[in-house]
Ligand binder design. Sequence first.
Ligand SMILES: Cc1cc2nc3c(=O)[nH]c(=O)nc-3n(C[C@H](O)[C@H](O)[C@H](O)COP(=O)(O)OP(=O)(O)OC[C@H]3O[C@@H](n4cnc5c(N)ncnc54)[C@H](O)[C@@H]3O)c2cc1C
Length: 521
Amino acid sequence: MKQSIHEAQVRDPNEGNSSNTQAIPPKYMSSQTKDYNVVAIGAGAAGLITTAAVSGLGGKAALIERHKMGGDCLNYRCVPNKGLISSARLIQRIRESEHWGLEKHEPRFELQKVFASMRNKRAAIEPNDSQERYESLGVDVQRGEARFRSPHEVEVNGEILRGRFIVISAGSRAVVPEVEGLDQVRYFTNETIFDRLDFTPSSLLVVGGGPIGCELGQVFQRLGVRVTICQRPSQILEREDPDVAAALHSRLETEGVTIRTNRTVARFRSRDGRAVAMLEPSGDQEGSETEEVEADAVLIAAGRTPNIEKLNLEAAGVRHHRRGIEINAHLQASHPHIFAAGDIAGGYQFTHLSDHHARIIVENIIRSMIPPLRWLGMLARADTSVLPWCTYTGPEIARVGLNETEAKKTKVEYDVFRVELQHVDRYILEREAEGFVKVVAEKKTGRILGATIVGESAGELIHEFAVAMKNGISLGKIASTIHAYPSRSEAVRRAGDAFNRTRLTAGRKKFLEGLFRRNIR
Ligand SMILES: Cc1cc2nc3c(=O)[nH]c(=O)nc-3n(C[C@H](O)[C@H](O)[C@H](O)COP(=O)(O)OP(=O)(O)OC[C@H]3O[C@@H](n4cnc5c(N)ncnc54)[C@H](O)[C@@H]3O)c2cc1C
């Protein structure tokens, strides 16, 4: 049933937004239209999860995708990347097999076959996100480029889809920097490297030493390609603490990767079909000489930009900035009935954050349909205070919450507890003893402010800290929880033990010493 005009004009009291979340004003109603509760633009993680949930809860949802179902995570990012990482890890293990008491082996493989195996793994996941599956869930999947016609209308293939709610989940794409001569050399981004690399390069220049540059740089080095990573900031993984970045830096160099920090690619030229890059010094390298690096191919991993240009956001009056759509804490854009989710929402860019956004949006769509909740502005908020992430290099680098550098900028009094993996039996037995767990916790209480793990399976272990943080479980309580022996998770428990040792004040120790003295026989 349509809402009255009066009701339709009631605004969310929390917002400065001007439109309503309920009835669609008549001026936005075109004649050739299909009506939906929710229209989502982009079939990546955010759009898929939103529409599947709406449809599953009995709503009518349309999902518009201009390219491949599954979005970038499935096709050009996480999935193919992790598929290759898995093969590269095995290759590296074979290369280092004498550490496990085997004869030293040089692994035998063909790069193109490794890539084919990655594509097979991706194909096994594809059906989960397919058009057929979503149609079977009741979602109306439309293939084509979506453009806003009005705040409630989206056009695709000449047809108008009208949504009571609209979710912009159009993602982001790789930034290709404007560097002179780049168009004259063979270069790839994550959008092309997994499917269009039709030769085996003997060398690769990776532009960008963030998580993607480091993950893919290590993969190619392990696959026998000589890799150079060029990074403008003074350290790779610039978001992480210096000791964390240094641990990966040293591992990459040990495996043969050349890393040039404080360097910017100033220009390219082609020489006999190869790329020649001029690396100019920056930061504390300023004044040193320009360096020439020659490689068979170039991989650009220099960041991402939101897919906003084609959406005709002006027609809907949706404001945006350089990093994406302007949103509030409820993920609403300039109108309360339009939401933005995932990479295009302008914050951290992770698949699991797209998932979180989708869940919050579905919750808020439901709450917006219940007048008292809408009037009172009782909407859910996106919460990234406990957001784990992982860089899937060897060793993995996983983090949740604050690191030491960030903790220094707060007013909270904290301690840092560090456990070296060389003291954790399972890591020793697995020959993975390189790395550490580093926890920042509030002094006195042991409240965990953040944790970083450098080591194999760090991406799994980090969730113990995430659950603890989300549920107010202190480091001391982690220490009192039995952990199986010998598991990698003991590294987490030991961080708790380290905290408990700080509880043994001089006074308490003296008291205990006295107690033991009196009870010797
Ligand atoms: C190499 C690489 C590895 C990564 N690995 C990880 C990882 O291990 N873990 C992790 O959490 N994150 C990882 N990420 C980040 C992760 O891939 C993204 O955060 C995630 O894919 C974002 O999902 P999304 O739903 O916002 O958008 P996307 O997956 O980008 O989907 C958006 C979709 O919208 C479509 N679209 C755009 N405009 C329109 C339009 N006008 N009309 C119709 N359709 C449109 C696009 O075609 C696309 O399919 C990685 C990123 C990269 C680059």
